[in-house]
Write a protein that binds this ligand. Structure first.
Ligand code: GLN
Ligand code: ZN
Length: 757
């Protein structure tokens, strides 16, 4: 499925087209080249059935929305051509704000959230049919169209609610709306129209991806689903409809597998062994196909082929050879294209452990051949290579760690009193989240030092000058707790990963994050440890420039791991704890050097939550403990901060409280209502700063907007605990708006201090 090209070909094509450097036809011809080369890869590898319609110009949910006419009114315009409308929805334009983007399941891929105005879906463009014909024309192959299924599509949309004057008054989650059933059924009927057209064209099989079926769904939802698939398959005679699932085991195994009126179902056998247990326990229907996901679409590690062959042999016995199809479990766009691009610079031992998207195809074919020939596969176990990077000191420290005893000895109340006295902080202290604008100059200097155009010393001199400037600026603005600005960091995970053993970095390992945006997730392959201090120099330099408290800035253990590919030979919890131990060393070094406030960011804390509710408790327990490991040995008068963004903290405030940070700053300005409401239900009694303004927009907030947020917040949060800060780092902003906004913020604090003195 749609990876973003080996060298980010799609990104480059998109950007040239958006800048008008190439024409629409040139753009479309570039993207059809990418599609053809993807088919060639599969053919070369020896894949039997190739998927089509799995390459998107921006996002497959957006593809599906525009296929069925789910186009918000603000983008509809008879003068604008189709492709322009498509990109306008993704990126916004002068007149209309872009559609919201959000994370796809528990991955780092973002999709465009469909906005449903009513249930009048209508097939206006049969993309799968176009894709099918394209493959037929260009390569003379008959492919299997793949698209998101109607249940998952509706589940991940939002319903727009309007009042009598047709003004938008809010949005609702479809699964919580009474219209859910009608929406799914009405969309399924349009899928029926689409699939009929495929059937008429001679397509023999279509695959509907329904990862929504791995979420915890009610019995009522199962009825809706069956009814929907009844409508979807109505009157089809020749074409087979397969439903594919991944990322977790499906809920309601028996009902889904036996009763859903489709020709086959796809299950993920890689993520854990829970689907396998179900199939062994309940069996599999005789008349259905099983699309067995046997190689990972999400982890970069080589498949244990021996184990996989025996898995396939087990499945053959239950399902029968005629009905078994083997495939990747979950789409391959979560992986980089190919390991070949990394061979020249990664440690050969690390290379030996890795397999990316292209290599997964070879693995599939190897498994197929071995199963057919009835031969054993000899393959090395990558566990033994991981072991080469063992660090016994880290392992010993970990094994001695008593999870029950990871507490700061003094109560929060005692600590906080002492800290604020020492720091001379009064009511409503002001601070920022860490980064200051990364200007084009910063980026230029970084690339110059990388290419050797300037020396390391020159670069260091430049960073120090930037720190001096930003410290002076913060004093001038009148902030209470200062930061050094994070100019030396490109990325909050990469910066620390590069200074820890056990972390590797690819050069071309691009993975699509959204549209034209790709990231290169680092790879954790061995035991993690820190050889020397990572942040000390610049933080101490910044501290030496001011009398005000200087906040040290670190990335937390959960975020360090969630935004990386991580080893699977030991439990995730252990990987996270190893990072936490490395951070603890850094924290203690900072403390020893006189830094009195240390912030440990955990923006990925919430998104690490497992898909199944039954697994939440366990995750939250170790994620909280990991955070506590980073700082449980500090003195009572050292103040520990943390930061989280991306709202929706509702169900996890208990866990956040258990992290026992002295102060947390969190995003709230875009969703202040919801966040503050969550605090009405949970009595949060540690220091807290709810973001008083949205840093994602260049708009300078008025003082009155910020005083309003604080006024509302102190109704549910003790004023003596309340901090005033923006809702995230200022890295992506410009200086002009940043200075004005921060001045207004400091002014807000002054007003509030008077009011609540
Ligand atoms: N300290 C980081 C910054 O200010 C936090 C970034 C984040 O929350 N994603 O940029
Ligand atoms: Zn943030």
């Amino acid at each position: 499925k749609s990876e973003n090209g080996k060298k980010q070909e799609l990104k480059k094509a998109l950007e040239s087209y958006w800048k008008n450097n190439i024409t629409k036809n040139e753009f479309l011809s570039l993207t059809s080249d990418i599609t053809v080369s993807r088919y060639r890869d599969c053919l070369d590898a020896g894949i039997d059935v190739l998927a089509c319609n799995d390459f998107s110009l921006y996002d497959f949910m957006l593809d599906t929305a525009t296929m069925f006419g789910v186009i918000p009114e603000r983008f509809r315009d008879s003068q604008t051509e189709e492709l322009q409308i498509y990109f306008n929805m993704a990126r916004g334009n002068k007149n209309a704000q872009a559609c919201q983007m959000t994370k796809w399941f528990d991955t780092n891929y973002h999709y465009i959230v469909p906005e449903i105005e009513n249930g009048n879906f209508k097939l206006i463009k049969n993309r799968p049919l176009h894709s099918f014909k394209f493959a037929e024309d260009k390569l003379k192959i008959s492919t299997k169209p793949v698209l998101v299924g109607p249940f998952t599509f509706i589940l991940l949309s939002k319903i727009i609610k309007r009042n009598d004057n047709n003004e938008i008054i809010g949005t609702v989650n479809p699964a919580e709306d009474e219209s859910f059933r009608d929406l799914v059924i009405s969309l399924a009927k349009q899928y029926n129209v689409l699939i009929k057209e495929l059937e008429d064209e001679g397509v023999c099989c279509v695959q509907l991806d329904e990862p929504g079926l791995v979420l915890d769904r009610s019995a009522q939802d199962m009825d809706i689903l069956k009814e929907a698939y009844g409508a979807l398959t109505q009157g089809l005679t020749e074409i087979n409809v397969l439903v594919n699932t991944y990322y977790e085991k499906i809920s309601n195994y028996k009902e889904l597998v036996f009763d859903l009126p489709v020709a086959g179902i796809g299950l993920d056998f890689v993520v854990n062994d829970e689907n396998l247990k179900n199939i062994e326990k309940f069996g599999f229907p005789q008349n259905k196909k099983l699309l067995a996901g046997i190689v990972s679409g999400r982890d970069p590690w080589k498949t244990d082929l021996k184990k996989t062959v025996s898995l396939v042999n087990k499945l053959r016995k239950i399902v029968g050879d005629d009905n078994l199809v083997i495939s990747n479990a979950s789409p391959l766009f979560h992986l980089p294209c190919t390991i070949e691009c990394e061979v020249s610079h990664l440690n050969p031992d690390i290379i030996k452990m890795l397999a990316f998207a292209r290599e997964r195809l070879d693995e599939l074919v190897t498994v197929k051949r071995a199963v057919e020939a009835g031969t054993e596969i000899k393959c090395g176990n990558i566990r033994s290579i991981h072991k080469k990077f063992d660090n016994t000191t880290v392992q010993n420290t970990l094994s001695k760690l008593d999870e029950e005893k990871i507490n700061r000895p003094h109560s929060f109340k005692d600590r906080y009193l002492k800290q604020n006295e020492l720091l001379k902080l009064g009511l409503f202290p002001t601070t920022t989240i860490g980064s200051f604008p990364q200007t084009s100059e910063v980026r230029k200097m970084r690339s110059m030092v990388k290419s050797g155009k300037i020396s390391k010393d020159e670069y260091d001199g430049f960073i120090k000058k930037s720190i001096r400037d930003v410290v002076a600026l913060q004093e001038d603005i009148g902030l209470d707790v200062l930061v050094h600005g994070e100019f030396e960091r490109t990325d909050m995970v990469e910066f620390f990963g590069q200074q820890m053993q056990g972390y590797a970095f690819t050069v071309n390992g691009w993975v699509q994050s959204y549209g034209s945006r790709c990231v290169r997730p680092p790879i954790i392959y061995g035991d993690i440890y820190r050889e020397k201090p990572m942040t000390l120099d610049y933080i101490l330099y910044a501290d030496s420039l001011t009398e005000k408290p200087m906040k040290g800035m670190l990335t937390g253990p959960v975020t360090m791991v969630n935004w990386s590919f991580y080893r699977k030979d030991i439990p995730k919890k252990q990987v996270v704890y190893q990072v936490a131990l490395a951070l603890l060393k850094e924290v203690l070094d900072l403390e020893k050097a006189g830094i009195k406030i240390i912030q440990i960011d955990e923006p990925a804390f919430r998104e690490g939550l497992p898909l199944k509710k039954s697994k939440h408790k366990n995750y939250l327990q170790w994620a909280v403990t990991a955070f506590r490991i980073t700082n449980f040995k500090v003195q009572e008068d050292t103040q520990i901060h943390t930061h989280m963004c991306y709202s929706d903290f509702g169900g996890i405030l208990g866990a956040i409280h258990a992290m026992d940070a002295d102060v947390i700053s969190m995003e709230a300005s875009r969703s202040k209502g919801e966040v503050i409401r969550a605090f009405e239900e949970f009595d949060y009694d540690h220091g807290i700063g709810l973001g008083t303004y949205d840093i994602h927009s260049p708009r300078v907030p008025h003082i009155s907007e910020m005083t309003e947020i604080v006024d509302r917040a102190v109704k549910v949060i003790d004023k003596s605990l309340f901090w005033i800060n923006p809702d995230c780092g200022l890295k992506t902003r410009g200086y002009e708006e940043t200075v004005s906004a921060l001045k207004n913020m400091v002014q807000t604090a002054k007003i509030m201090r008077k009011k609540y003195a």
